[in-house]
Design a protein around this ligand. Structure first.
Ligand code: COA
Length: 180
């Protein structure tokens, strides 16, 4: 069984989600900005947030990957979540690098810094040759993170788990010239 590791970057700690994160995690998910960009249904409540945390943590045990809680190194503050996501969905493309941060901490480069660590983990530790990010076409902030990490838009397609709109399928491949 695989356990979620802890990784440090220049300004961040990526560590396993903990039960005590629930207040911070739900505050982030319940913010109007995150609700809007993740198109969360009104039914997404504190219980659903806890179940999501449990599923992300459980994915480490089941599939050797998952999302981390992201903390600010200097303060220990919970900033957001980022990591690798490969759920059991019929048309899910593969291993996704994902990022969501509390709006209070946007605009600091934290998503890019955490996404870079997750991307490198996907290539170097998991041995993936291709990583994805599924991003709605109007989510420019997330697309900017993807671009900074070397992802390119491959196609737009409607996926079974979100039939309301097409998702952009962003891809990056292992290559010696991958950006830092
Ligand atoms: C997507 C999301 C994580 C992007 O957050 P973000 O803060 O814009 O992204 P970054 O952390 O990479 O920060 C980049 C910004 O920080 C700025 N910045 C400031 N200090 C910086 C530093 N030291 N290093 C790097 N960038 C820095 C950059 O210039 C950039 O600013 P800009 O937006 O004006 O161009 C955020 O919008 C979010 O959580 N959205 C809701 C959830 C979501 O959509 N998730 C993705 C689903 S596909």
């Amino acid at each position: 069984m695989s356990v979620c590791p802890t990784i440090e970057t220049e300004r961040l700690v990526l560590r396993p989600l903990r039960d005590e994160d629930l207040d911070d995690y739900f505050a982030m998910m319940d913010s109007p900005e995150v609700r809007r960009w993740l198109h969360l249904p009104d039914t997404f409540d504190r219980d659903a947030a806890w179940a999501q945390m449990a599923a992300f943590l459980g994915q480490w045990a089941l599939r050797g990957m998952g999302l981390w809680a992201v903390e600010e190194r200097s303060t220990g503050r919970f900033l957001g979540r980022a990591g690798l996501h490969n759920p059991e969905r019929v048309d899910w493309p593969g291993v996704e690098v994902g990022w969501t941060f509390d709006p209070r901490y946007w605009g600091n480069g934290y998503a890019t810094e955490a996404g870079r660590a997750a991307r490198d983990f996907g290539f170097e530790v998991l041995g993936e040759e291709r990583l994805y990010s599924c991003i709605l076409p109007d989510n420019l902030a997330s697309q900017a993170v993807a671009r900074r990490l070397g992802f390119e838009l491959q196609e737009e397609r409607v996926m079974a788990w979100y039939p309301d709109a097409p998702h952009g399928l962003w891809v990056t491949e292992l290559s010696p010239s991958a950006p830092d």
